[in-house]
Design a protein around this ligand. Structure first.
Ligand SMILES: Cc1ncc(COP(=O)(O)O)c(C=O)c1O
Length: 428
């Protein structure tokens, strides 16, 4: 595969941008090699600057659940931008977005738009601290909530991929206020709340973990956390930046029937534009400035073009049957990959949620972060590159979930499984 232009761009970029990329996981550090540079994208495909085409299972890390460059989304963006790119005064599209989110996610009685998932989670823990008057935040090993100081403690995603789960630059005094416990461990959560429940402002969780590969909650686990938070007066925060509008229209909270106190969103609600949001119970959100004293602001928050892209994407995924079809396609892909691995005698396991999947080079089940870490990283690396050479782009890390979109149909899945069969047979 010719990647000369990508190589030339990466060489220039490395001199100017840390690691040559504007977000670490794009750099292929853990799988080796160099990233390709995108020229354009359409449906399930990415096209690079050298003219190569890839079936894309990253989907811009989640936003493109309805496929790339959907005409409906592009048209909404084009129409909106003709009226100006940013106003700095309120705009009707912000109200429409707030109505859409609060309608789709009933636990969000009020919502505030921000510009990224990181801003959403930072703001949510400020609200949790502000309304409870407590300081301690609880998170889970391997969960990633953006790069805010309080979250870079045993974090997943890129920090895990690079082996830096705690980051220099985060003051110990602040990191000490974050307690991490293992995901899916009922006892660890009970014991922590038993010991220090009255110090805990909020517990933040990816209800389905997508930043330590893809780990689903054990039966009753999210309910257990809900009960602990209620009993001890801590706020339950669902970080649905990844799962929101994907694993069900109403996100993981709809899929599992749990009502969190606060939720955070991003990715899909921006339709590919930079967006985040946080929302929750009215009594908590009403304490955010200017209606209350908890300060949070943003020059570009609620940007009209971003709202237009997000609203057009929400319209697409609100079509009846959208998420059922996404789930069926995810199973079709994962069943095909598992069958191909079995034929080649390669130890391999998948985990799945609608539109999300995890790939493991080990036997299942995978229910904990320790299970996920036990996947054979060297085999993943070979698989990743083998697939890339055959025109299939997977997340360049063994600690990131894969993403399906509604544009991944029979042809794309068949091509992916055929490529996997060939890579597995080289590995077996
Ligand atoms: C669950 C979760 N929360 C928060 C974030 C941070 O979002 P952003 O990268 O938009 O700041 C991410 C990013 O991948 C995420 O997956």
């Amino acid at each position: 595969m010719n990647q000369n232009r990508s190589h030339a761009l990466f060489t220039r970029a490395q001199d100017l941008i840390p690691g040559g990329v504007n977000s670490p996981v794009r750099a292929f550090k853990s799988v080796g090699g160099e990233p390709f540079f995108a020229q354009r994208a359409e449906g399930a495909y990415l096209f690079d600057v050298d003219g190569n085409r890839y079936i894309d299972y990253v989907g811009s890390w989640g936003p493109m659940v309805a496929g790339h460059a959907r005409p409906e989304v592009l048209a909404a963006v084009e129409t909106t931008m003709r009226d100006g790119l940013s106003f700095g005064v309120p705009n009707a599209l912000e109200v429409e977005m707030a109505e859409a989110i609060t309608h789709i996610v009933p636990s969000c009685e009020m919502v505030r738009m921000v510009n990224s998932g990181t801003e959403a989670t930072l703001s949510a823990i400020r609200v949790a601290r502000g309304v409870t008057g407590r300081t301690r935040i609880v998170k889970f090993e391997g969960c990633y909530h953006g790069h805010g100081d309080s979250f870079l403690v045993k974090a997943g995603s890129g920090v895990m991929t690079l082996g830096l789960p705690n980051s220099p630059g985060v003051p110990d005094a602040l990191a000490d206020l974050t307690t991490t416990i293992p995901y899916n461990d009922f006892e660890a959560a009970s014991a922590l709340f038993e010991a220090t429940g009255d110090e805990i402002a909020g517990l933040i969780i990816e209800p389905i973990v997508g930043n330590a590969n893809c780990i689903l909650p054990r039966d009753g686990y999210l309910q257990h956390l809900r009960e602990l938070c209620t009993r001890h007066g801590a706020l339950l925060i669902f970080d649905e930046v990844m799962t929101g509008f994907r694993v069900a229209l109403g996100g993981a909270q709809a899929r599992y029937g749990i009502t969190p106190d606060l939720s955070t969103f991003g990715k899909i609600i921006g339709g590919g534009m930079p967006v985040g949001a946080y929302g929750g119970k009215r009594e908590y959100m009403a304490q955010v400035a200017p209606s209350g004293p908890i300060y949070q602001a943003g020059t570009l928050s609620g940007n009209p073009v971003a709202m237009a892209a997000g609203l057009a994407t929400l319209a697409l995924i609100r079509e009846p049957g959208f998420h059922d079809e996404l789930e069926r396609r995810t199973h079709q892909l994962c069943d095909g990959l598992e069958a191909a691995a079995r034929e080649a005698n390669v130890a391999f396991h998948t985990t799945r949620a609608p539109g999300m999947f995890g790939l493991y080079f080990r036997e299942g089940p995978v229910e904990t972060f320790e299970d996920a870490k036990a996947s054979d990283a060297a085999k993943f690396k070979r698989f990743f590159h083998g697939m890339l050479e055959r025109g299939v782009y997977l997340a360049p890390s063994a600690f990131e979930a894969g993403f399906m979109s509604s544009a991944h149909g029979d042809a794309e899945i068949a091509h992916t499984v055929k490529a996997a069969r060939s890579v597995f047979s080289d590995m077996g």
